[in-house]
Design a protein around this ligand. Structure first.
Ligand code: ADP
Length: 478
């Protein structure tokens, strides 16, 4: 595998994609949280500075009087505390008249720049406190709080300021530590995501390894449930169920191939025997003829089995379409019963039928004839001389019921569940009727199912059997 293919496979892997999504999500979250906290911190600190500036501005209002555009500071110069307060207030200080002309400016205020006259005029007009952030030539940010001071005749603009160095430093420290830590956190999230994704996907790997061990020969293997009762256990359960179905299909195919080869081997061996006899022992034309006739009979039986098998597999794989037409089942069954009267008489059986009118239904005529014939032929075949076969048709609860009962040899309980399987023939004691191919009831079962019906059997060995087929009835006026 080339390096490129290996890389492509790696990046397509679920573990990589899970980790990547986790890391992307985590990174975005980290940035959003960082920015949010930075913003919150900055607004808290700004509002603290504003509060202090409001207090300082109010203090200036207390100490300052302006007379004829001349500022006068009223405080006790002997009181060192008061003097220190006023000195601090005048550190970043501006006094201007209503036109914007500066009357007193502190050195620090000059450094950050005196407010333009139009700004001062606007502030005086609005009479609202103004907050501004200005940066000195050295890059130090200051917050300025301006407001209107008025004596009896004039309005003045007074502004005090404080450097924002401390809060900016706190913000910078926050930025540095948070965003410097971010790559480390992202890296750790990569590692964590990789480990977690690996852990979460480990059972998937186990399942896939177990699945790889399963082949046609080891279909009985099952993947063990983890006991977590989560989605993966659900998947394993579904997988095991699928294996079960596959195993049963494989088993059916295996049994079918064994049965088919067995079924074909018997007549082929018989034909071979007859032809060998003809070849080595026949003396005259009559003996040759007899051997060939016998071989032909076996060949006929063989081709019947093959034809029936083909038809059955076509039917079971859904490739035998049904041509449904509304018809009167009573007349269809009557015709077949009449056909069976001669073989029944030949076997010294009484064949009777009870076929009331009004059993109309929508069925495929050919398949329905096959179903009735198969049931009747079995009844005649497996009922000894002197017995009775009775066919009964009835309509009740939206269903048409066809039952074929006989007083024949019956089927032992242990064989009953299997008689609808292909090639299954219940073993019989002593001399019995001629062996069938074991496909007749398979057809019956398929035809009933294909028409949305069911077939049931009750049987008692030595006393007789009763096969009952139920179909949904068509509307009476069909
Ligand atoms: P077959 O060609 O052997 O009759 P079927 O599929 O029609 O094949 O029947 C399967 C087996 O079911 C038969 O071999 C027989 O043992 C049993 N069976 C079917 N119908 C009857 C019946 N009416 N009475 C007794 N046994 C029956």
């Amino acid at each position: 595998m080339s390096r490129r293919t290996a890389l492509a496979q790696f990046t397509r892997g679920l573990r990589f994609r899970l980790t990547l999504s986790y890391v992307l999500f985590f990174t975005v979250l980290l940035c959003v949280v960082g920015l949010f906290f930075r913003h919150a911190l900055s607004s808290i600190m700004d509002s603290q500075v504003r509060e202090v500036l409001d207090e300082e501005w109010a203090a200036v209002n207390g100490y300052l009087r302006v007379a004829n555009h001349y500022p006068l500071w009223f405080y006790d110069e002997e009181d060192p505390e008061e003097r220190a307060i006023v000195e601090r207030l005048r550190r970043v200080f501006l006094l201007a008249d209503a036109q914007g002309k500066a009357l007193e400016v502190s050195g620090a205020y000059e450094v950050i720049g005196i407010d333009p006259p139009q700004e001062i005029r606007a502030a005086v007009q609005s009479r609202q406190p103004v907050f501004r952030v200005r940066t000195s030539a050295q890059g130090m940010p200051y917050m300025i709080r301006g407001g209107v001071l008025n004596d009896e005749h004039h309005n003045y603009y007074v502004a005090v300021g404080r450097p924002l160095g401390d809060s900016r430093r706190v913000l910078e420290r926050f930025n540095l530590s948070y965003f410097a830590l971010t790559p480390v956190m992202i890296l750790s999230s990569c590692l964590l995501g990789w480990v977690l994704a690996g852990r979460a996907l480990r059972p998937v790997g186990d399942v896939s390894r177990a699945a790889q061990r399963i082949s046609g020969e080891s279909l009985s293997l099952r993947i063990g449930l983890r006991g977590a009762d989560d989605e993966l256990d659900e998947l394993i359960r579904a997988f095991n169920l699928m294996l079960e179905r596959l195993e049963s299909s494989f088993e059916q195919i295996r049994r079918f191939s064994i049965d088919v080869s067995h079924e074909l081997r018997t007549p082929i061996t018989a034909i071979r025997g007859q032809l060998e006899v003809a070849l080595f022992t026949a003396r005259n034309q009559e003996q040759y003829r007899e051997a060939i006739v016998n071989a032909m009979e076996d060949i006929e039986r063989l081709s019947n089995v093959v034809r029936a098998l083909l038809l059955l597999s076509q039917a079971e794989s859904g490739h035998l379409p049904l041509t449904r037409t509304p018809l009167d089942l009573a007349s269809l069954v009557r015709d077949i019963v009449e056909e069976f009267q001669i073989p029944a008489e030949g076997a010294h059986l009484t064949l009777t039928a009870e076929l009331p009118a009004g059993c109309r239904t929508v069925v495929d005529r050919v398949q329905m004839e096959r179903l009735v014939s198969n049931l009747l032929s079995n009844a005649v075949k497996y009922t000894p001389a002197g017995g009775q076969v009775h066919v009964r048709l009835a309509r009740c609860n939206g269903e048409v019921t066809l039952s074929v009962s006989d007083t024949g040899r019956g089927v032992a309980a242990e064989h009953l569940p299997h008689i609808f399987e292909r090639f299954y023939r219940a073993p019989q004691q002593g001399e019995g009727p001629e062996r069938g191919a074991g496909l007749g009831l398979s057809f019956v079962a398929w035809i009933a199912k294909a028409h949305g019906g069911t077939v049931d059997v009750t049987s008692e060995p030595g006393k007789g059997s009763c096969f009952t087929v139920r179909f949904p009835a068509g509307a009476p006026d069909l």
